[in-house]
Design a protein around this ligand. Structure first.
Ligand SMILES: [Zn+2]
Length: 374
């Protein structure tokens, strides 16, 4: 199956009747209007006239999505609205060299190694790519299958900003997610988005993937709220892992990136998914996480960075921030790289989870964990 791209051939068939030679509005204004159009509409507009093609094409190619699935399907063959506007990569091959410089944001979904190798003619050279989204598989990988050279689609990409979707701490300990050598050399900002329940999984290994980010100065870890299923066990069932504390992973993260600013979003939600945790509010849980993590990080700094002055240690500790999704949305320029609809969905989900547990805490006075400690 050939790779598919977001340069769509689908979408509304309405084509505005604009004269071939003259445009009714200034170029800047048309570009602005086009920025709100869907990929399908943009593709249609590109075919209206040369003048409109010149304006609409850069907008169309600004965000290129590469996915192994057919138009409008996800990996199980089910229609997925988010991918409904994918077109064929052949479209962009025909348009050739001129398009390469238009791609600013690139999204690549996880795929089998045979998929990216099947497209032998396509060597992606996208020198202007600034932001790279990698949608990792259920197993936290980009490549479903081993390829020691890494994904061929990403060999000439040098993004400044990288976002791992469906990230899992334990897979940051793998030798490679399927990324080619040197992909992260220029990366300054990394955002990992993982489901809250994934936070309960320990990694044990060194965070090898993070060692490939030589120039990283900022990392954000967002725990994405998810539906709570009371019948599911979210923690680890193996007795050897009983009592494992997810906060160790955050400490390890801070330890692996001593020079990067670290922002942990939504850690206060994690304890809801662990049946063995005592009941407390999101704020209280987040505050506790912050105290525990910072204390441990400080101890590690004293042990591992003896040459650091107390001021430098303090500065490091302060560069580790804990916040919930609302604070994150207020403080950070997240809209530059995250989908606004998706973040709004998280917000709704977060409110639901929080509401659900606050109600349970009120109606379930039998839970006497704190009392039993006496
Ligand atoms: Zn690949």
């Amino acid at each position: 199956m050939p790779p598919t791209a977001q340069a769509a051939t689908s979408g509304p068939s309405y084509i505005p009747s604009i004269p071939q030679s003259t445009l009714p509005l200034p170029t800047e204004l048309i570009t602005r209007v086009l920025s709100y159009s869907s990929q399908g509409t943009l593709a249609s507009i590109c075919r209206v006239s040369k003048a409109l093609y010149r304006i609409a094409s850069p907008v169309l190619w600004k965000h290129l999505v590469l996915s192994p699935w057919k138009v409008g399907q996800d990996e199980e063959g089910v229609l997925d609205e988010k991918k409904a506007e994918c077109g064929s990569m052949k479209t962009r091959q025909k348009n050739g060299k001129a398009l390469r410089n238009d791609v600013i944001t690139l999204s690549v979904y996880h795929h089998s190694t045979t998929w990216c190798r099947s497209n032998t003619k396509s060597t992606l050279k996208l020198p202007e790519v600034h932001t790279l989204h990698l949608y990792l598989s259920e197993y936290g990988l980009l490549h479903d299958g081993h390829d020691r050279n890494g994904c061929r689609l990403l060999r000439n990409i040098a993004p400044k900003v990288v976002i791992f979707h469906n990230a899992r701490a334990r897979h940051l300990g793998e030798e490679s997610l399927g990324s080619p050598y040197g992909l992260f050399d220029q990366t300054e900002e990394l955002t990992c988005i993982s489901l809250v329940s994934r936070a309960l999984e320990p990694s044990f290994n060194d965070l090898v993937v993070l060692q490939k980010f030589f120039n990283l100065n900022k990392m954000v870890w967002i725990f994405q709220p998810e539906d709570f299923d009371p019948s599911r066990h979210y923690g680890w069932t193996e007795p050897i892992l009983a009592g494992y504390d997810y906060r160790n992973e955050i400490v390890r993260l801070a330890n692996a990136l001593p020079k990067a600013k670290l922002t942990i979003v939504n850690s206060g939600l994690i304890h809801f998914y662990d049946k063995d945790c005592e009941k407390m509010t999101v704020e209280e849980s987040q505050r506790q996480n912050e105290i525990i993590v910072k204390k441990e990080v400080e101890e590690l700094l004293v042990a591992n960075f003896r040459q650091w002055s107390p001021e430098r240690r303090e500065e490091r500790i302060e560069s580790i921030e804990f916040m919930d999704l609302n604070e994150f949305m207020e403080k950070e320029e997240w809209w530059k790289y995250l989908n606004t609809d998706e973040v709004q969905e998280w917000k709704v989900m977060m409110d639901e989870v929080e509401k659900r547990f606050s109600v349970e805490a009120e109606t379930d006075p039998a839970d006497g964990k704190e009392v039993m400690d006496d």
